[in-house]
Design a protein around this ligand. Structure first.
Ligand SMILES: C[S@@+](CC[C@H](N)C(=O)[O-])C[C@H]1O[C@@H](n2cnc3c(N)ncnc32)[C@H](O)[C@@H]1O
Length: 287
């Protein structure tokens, strides 16, 4: 078992940007009128609703097929401003939401999409100070969502490159200080969990049923396990293991999100939707 050092910097700043703000604050900040600063992430949206994530730097340039936008045209402006290239290509500039960041951040492993991240927070009932065992951490999308709710996470991850990526993504979006509540250990969750009296175990790995017997010892009575799996065959095996290990209050949920097109009299569901991503299985440990 090896802990990942938050200062080790395995991933260069060029890949994910130099960090949240010049003052090393979290990207998401509740001060509505604060103008954009050097070092911040900004989300640019063009007239075709294409989205670009950019880290602002002094003298920097954002280059796209629609033209070159100097960062100086954004720095000092209010969030929600419209900014233009010299060839009059316009963009709206916003601070990225967690959802925006998850969809465009650098990835190692496949992330859990925002449509499932929200429900996982509710199913696992994640809240401030909760002790969570998460495995594997992948690109850190789920970690970010739980950390933002105030959880304290111990992550078990097999791959050092994914662990480093997750840590970089998490601290880029939430700020360096969040590393106090986020520890990643390079280890195989199938071989056991050392932690005890955990409030939650949250899983996104290929064979969650192998973790269930260990989760039983890691969780406190009444603790919640949530597992995300793309295949229903993974779910049935996990559910069998949960019953055998003394879990109760089992449920399995699939989240289908359908957006609507609303424009004058043209009111209909959008033609496309992300139908299947994964199943969310939840259970509580009996005393
Ligand atoms: C799909 S990714 C997790 C993505 C993550 N939930 C996110 O939202 O970014 C699955 C991760 O589980 C890790 N993994 C697979 N088997 C594991 C095991 N036995 N113990 C620890 N991690 C494991 C993989 O290396 C991979 O990083």
């Amino acid at each position: 078992m090896t802990a990942v050092d938050p200062t080790a910097g395995e991933i260069g700043p060029d890949e994910a940007g130099p960090g949240p703000t010049a003052a090393s604050e979290a990207v998401t900040d509740a001060t509505p009128a604060r103008p954009f600063e050097v070092g911040e992430l900004v989300l640019l949206i063009d007239h075709k609703k294409r989205r670009y994530l950019v880290t602002l730097s002094e003298g920097g340039k954002f280059e796209s097929h629609t033209g070159v936008l100097p960062h100086d045209a954004i720095i000092g402006r209010a969030e929600g401003s419209e900014v233009s290239t010299p060839r009059a290509q316009r963009f709206r500039a916003f601070r990225p939401t967690l959802s925006d960041y998850v969809l465009s951040m650098p990835r190692g492993a496949q992330v859990i999409y925002p449509k499932d991240l929200g429900p996982i927070l509710m199913l696992a009932d994640i809240g401030p100070g909760m002790r969570v065992l998460e495995s594997g951490v992948g690109s850190g999308a789920l970690s970010m969502a739980m950390l933002r709710c105030g959880a304290q996470i111990t992550g078990y991850e097999l791959r050092p490159d994914f662990a480093a990526r997750a840590l970089k993504n998490v601290t880029t979006f939430l700020g360096a200080e969040v590393a106090d509540r986020y520890t990643i250990e390079l280890r195989d969750c199938y071989e056991g969990i050392d932690e005890r009296h955990m409030d939650r175990v949250v899983l996104d790995l290929p064979e969650p049923w192998q973790v269930v017997p260990h989760a039983r010892h890691a969780l406190r009575p009444g603790g919640i396990l949530v597992s995300y799996s793309p295949s229903i065959l993974q779910v049935t095996q996990t559910v069998d293991a949960l019953h055998a290990a003394g879990f109760d209050e089992l449920s399995t949920t699939e989240v289908l999100n359908r957006t609507w097109h609303i424009e004058g009299a043209a009111v209909r569901p959008d033609h496309r939707m992300v139908a299947h991503t994964g199943f969310l299985t939840r259970a509580r440990l009996l005393a």
